[in-house]
Design a protein around this ligand. Structure first.
Ligand code: TYD
Length: 144
């Protein structure tokens, strides 16, 4: 596999918002509003103050991360560059390309982190050790 992804390939996608006096609605269609087909959706909630989630990279998976409620920060790291993206609106999604290390921190009380994923759950797609991740990046970036 050849990795060409960097944190600069990750971007905020502004989602549609159907405004109504009785509330707003955002709809997301795979391959239309976001670059991939959605095969799985999961959400994090009841995250205790100070807790950190993520702490891994995916080899193939693409994701859209949305603060469906509240706010939190996503730290993106490609082994060379690092940036922090604050998510605090339900109509902004962070598109994360494969091969990026991510950490989710600073969850507000009651925050809900909604994740749309391009693949079904596969533990083999995870890299959970940062040193291993750096080796993976070095091995797979040599063809760029
Ligand atoms: P994990 O991906 O480590 O969560 P996070 O990165 O948000 O901290 O997943 C935590 C646990 O949940 C782990 O045992 C695997 C399980 N899990 C599933 O069974 N299905 C899923 O779709 C996901 C994302 C996790």
């Amino acid at each position: 596999m050849i990795i060409k992804s960097s944190i600069y390939n990750c971007c905020i996608i502004e989602l549609n918002k159907v405004h109504n006096r009785s509330g707003n609605l955002t709809a997301i269609e795979g391959k239309l509003d976001i670059p991939f087909d959605v095969n799985r959706l999961y959400y994090l909630y009841d995250v205790p103050g100070g807790a950190e989630r993520g702490g891994h990279a995916h080899k193939e998976l693409q994701q859209l991360i949305v603060a469906a409620s509240g706010c939190f920060d996503v730290v993106l790291d490609d082994g060379k560059n690092r940036k922090v993206v604050e998510l605090n609106r339900p109509y902004y999604g962070l598109f994360v390309v494969p091969g990026i290390w991510r950490e989710l921190i600073n969850f507000s009380s009651g925050a809900i982190c909604l994740v749309l994923a391009s693949e079904k759950y596969d533990s083999g797609d995870y890299i959970r050790d940062y040193e291993e991740y750096l080796i993976f990046r070095n091995e797979n970036s040599s063809h760029i």
